[in-house]
Each structure stands twice: as C-alpha cells, then as structure tokens.
Design a protein around this ligand. Structure first.
Ligand code: FMN
Length: 199
C-alpha cells in the first residue's frame, strides 16, 4: 500500500476538467518492485496514439527494466541527484525524436513537440494505472546517444522513471517533503490571453 498522497486531496481545478489531469504528478517514492512487461506495454500503447505532424510518429522509446543487463547503462546516464531516487524505479525509459521527416528528409520543426505529446500520453496512462511515472531532463544526452546507439538524426529528449508507488519516508531526506505535497500551478490568466501577448 503506497504512502503517497492522493493528488486530488491537494489539487483543484478552476474549470471543469477530467480528474486524470490532476492525478498525474511526479512523485519519487517507489518500492523497487518490478513492473510486468504487459503493464509497461500499456504505457507505450498510450504514447503510440498521440497526435503528430503528418502522423509522423517520430518518437521512439528505449527502456531498461531494473533486472536487465541494460539497467546500469540507463541508470548511469542520470545526474547524481536523479540517481538518488531512481534506485527504486522498476523501469527507466529514454525518449527520442527524429528531426527529419520520413517522407522527404526535410527538417521537422515540431519533432520535440510531437515527442512531448507522446510522453504526456504515457504519463497520463501511468497515472491512470496508479504508477509513478516521472519525467527527467537531468541526464547526459550525449552519453545516451553514444551508449544506446542512437542514430545521428534523432534527438534524445527525455528520460522517464517508472515504478510502483512507495513510501516518501524511504526517500533520501531532501526529497521526502516533495512527495508529501503535489505541486500546484499558475493561475490561468498567467498562461492564456486573448489576442496579443499581454502577460
Ligand atoms: C521534461 C521534464 C523534465 C523533468 N526533469 C526532472 C528531473 O530531471 N528531475 C526531477 O526530479 N524532476 C524532473 N521533472 C519533474 C518536474 O519537476 C515536475 O513535472 C514539475 O515540478 C511539476 O510537478 P508534477 O509533475 O508533480 O505536476 C521533469 C519534468 C518534465 C516534464
């Protein structure tokens, strides 16, 4: 039984939206238990159905389960700060996007955006399944590209830690409080306005 708080006890939306948007958050406490492959595939399946420019689907995902031979390579890409809490993850994922359109070889200006849409699908699916799914920019992209044999035309975009929810008390001290209270957001008026930029 997870000791993590329910985000719905801490977050409320100012306008009517689906609870899943509030339920998705980025805790760090995980149990270290493995994630069955069929559950992991549900995350990638959600990512698969994301929209993309010309239906390009230029995202790619590489992953390593903690019992796999690939785990030390993936874990070694993370910053020290992320390694501290990712030790108990079940799976580490690396998200990639191709910068070049498959149909004509021209630069795709929205490859990162498309990959982000797929990643958010994955994160939301993880939240719906009650998993910890935590995106990370804190890792070495060049090292990832080399270590994972990523072709030149792909950018390394993100890493995601996935795991079964754990107990914040088991986290290193600096991280415990962050897992006791889900983050909030700026007011809507600070992010959306009609007409010209007026923030
Ligand atoms: C692309 C991306 C990169 C992130 N990088 C890190 C990271 O390296 N380490 C970390 O602990 N959290 C990381 N986060 C988590 C954010 O800090 C978190 O999403 C943000 O504070 C909002 O909180 P919430 O996800 O719980 O709603 C990242 C999130 C995203 C989307």
């Amino acid at each position: 039984m997870s000791q993590l708080p329910d985000p719905l006890d801490h977050r409320s939306a100012d306008h009517l939206i689906e609870d899943l948007f509030l339920q998705r958050w980025s805790p760090r406490a995980m149990t270290g238990a493995p994630l069955p492959e069929r559950e992991l595939m549900r995350l990638f399946e959600a990512a698969r159905w994301a929209p993309s420019t010309y239906n390009e689907q230029e995202w790619r995902f590489l992953y390593a389960g903690r019992a796999s031979d690939h785990w030390p390579t993936f874990f070694g890409l993370l910053t020290e700060a992320n390694q501290l809490w990712c030790q108990q993850a079940a799976v580490l994922i690396v998200g990639l996007s191709c910068r070049i359109f498959s149909k004509n070889g021209k630069p795709n200006p929205v490859h990162t955006l498309d990959c982000g849409l797929a990643v958010e699908n994955l994160l939301l699916q993880g939240a719906a399944m009650g998993l910890v799914c935590h995106g990370m920019a804190g890792f070495d992209r060049s090292k990832a590209k080399a270590a994972l044999n990523v072709p030149e035309e792909y950018d390394v975009e993100v890493m995601i830690a996935v795991g079964l929810p754990g107990n914040p008390d088991d986290l290193p001290k600096d991280y415990r409080d962050m897992d006791r209270k889900p983050t909030s957001r700026k007011p809507l008026a600070e992010i959306a306005a009609e007409g010209r930029f007026a923030f």
